[in-house]
Ligand binder design. Structure first.
Ligand code: IPD
Ligand code: CA
Ligand code: CA
Length: 272
């Protein structure tokens, strides 16, 4: 049995299983397009001063959208490269897609990037998939049914003390406007934890919290396609996701704090 069938066979709701199967196939499709283009010369265009888009972002998005429309036609789609800068909260069911999370890494040959696909209903994720093509790692979550890496169930860490925690963050593209806040948060967190990573792909940061490779993650100014799938992964793996003050998270809010749950209040204290 392939890994998507292994997971969907453990998802006892036929509707969710169908959505997960489609999301998984689309993520593998996008990932194989990106892998094919990795290491070749790129067409780089600028969306902002440091915000890139390459031919791989566009080709992956086209492949993912075609795969989803073929498997489950008629569901609305919000995909980064065609959605515009300020997407509105979708009503009903919608796919939320980041065809290549970690474009800067991809363009520099740093092999840490992913495809992220979530199916949301009234902006709440029911299914989330993050696929890392270079590692061939497929992270999946299904609301109320759990989270998996490839065919194995995953869960967050039980780390209780910040000094034993490996946490991650990311820096917003408009860093000049946010520098004081970003540095204040780093100054507060860095001396209290074991170490901090900034690996450059928010969807993977969240998948790594879900799978216990990280104990926590925070970032500001992310978009719904960066976080919708990873949010569900963390919650289904037993973690907690909120804004920096501990309020319930929404992918349409500008800040995210994800953790193993045990460390959450301590991280809130450090960030606020
Ligand atoms: C970016 C990555 C990065 C994060 C940025 C995101 P992109 O997504 O997730 O880690 O710091 O804020 O926009 O542009 O590579 O899809
Ligand atoms: Ca992204
Ligand atoms: Ca992207």
């Amino acid at each position: 049995m392939n890994r998507i069938e292994t997971i969907t066979s453990q998802c006892d709701d036929a509707d969710l299983a169908r959505l997960l199967r489609a999301a998984g196939r689309a993520a593998l499709t996008g990932g194989s397009i990106i892998r094919e283009l990795y290491g070749k010369p790129h067409n780089i265009e600028m969306k902002g001063a440091i915000n890139l888009v390459t031919e791989a972002d566009l080709a992956s998005e086209t492949g993912i959208v075609a795969s989803l429309n073929e498997d489950l036609p008629g569901i609305a789609i919000m995909a980064e490269e065609s959605a515009g800068d300020s997407p509105s909260r979708p009503e009903g069911r919608s796919w939320i897609i980041d065809p290549l999370d970690g474009t800067t890494n991809f363009a520099h040959g740093f092999p840490f990037f992913a495809v992220s696909i979530a199916l949301v209903e009234d902006a709440v994720p029911l299914v989330g998939v993050v696929y890392c093509p270079m590692q061939d790692e497929l992270f999946c979550a299904c609301r109320g049914r759990g989270a998996w890496l490839n065919s194995d169930r995953i869960s967050v860490t039980a780390t209780r003390f910040p000094v034993e925690a490996l946490v991650a963050t990311g820096f917003p593209y408009d860093i000049h406007a946010r520098l004081d806040t970003v540095l204040r948060q780093l100054r507060s967190v860095l001396p209290k934890v074991r170490d901090i990573r900034r690996a450059g792909a928010a969807a993977i940061d969240l998948a790594y919290v879900a799978s216990g490779r990280l104990d926590g993650f925070w970032e500001m100014d992310l978009k719904p396609w960066d976080t919708a799938a990873g949010w569900l992964l963390v919650e289904e793996a037993g973690g907690r996701v909120s804004d920096f003050a501990g309020n319930p998270y929404s992918a349409f809010r500008p800040e995210i704090l994800a953790s193993n749950s045990v460390l959450h209040e301590q991280l809130i204290d450090m960030l606020t």
